[in-house]
Design a protein around this ligand. Structure first.
Ligand SMILES: [Zn+2]
Length: 89
């Protein structure tokens, strides 16, 4: 929806970008990255914030430290599941 963004989606993408380069044995092609993000995002709570102009002055990071830990654990899990069963040869 226009005017909304899900910060969990951005966090998952950021963690994939940080973790995958440290895992040379894991395929990090676009297909696998999308599968990993899908797996993780279907298991995490979304965190929607307004992204329209009116929200600019209220842009705060409301995600709690526990949420980041959950995201990290779920992304690590997603990487191990998808890399064991990639959707390609
Ligand atoms: Zn791949």
């Amino acid at each position: 929806m226009e005017g909304l963004r899900n910060t969990t989606e951005e966090d998952v993408e950021e963690m994939l970008n940080r973790l995958l380069p440290t895992m040379p044995n894991v395929c990090s092609c676009e297909t696998c990255r999308l599968d990993m993000a899908t797996y993780a995002l279907n298991r995490l709570k979304p965190n929607y914030v307004r992204s329209d102009k009116g929200a600019l002055f209220h842009k705060v990071d409301i995600s709690a430290p526990q949420a980041k830990t959950d995201i990290l654990a779920t992304v690590v899990n997603a990487i191990s599941i998808i890399s064991a069963h990639p959707n390609h040869d």
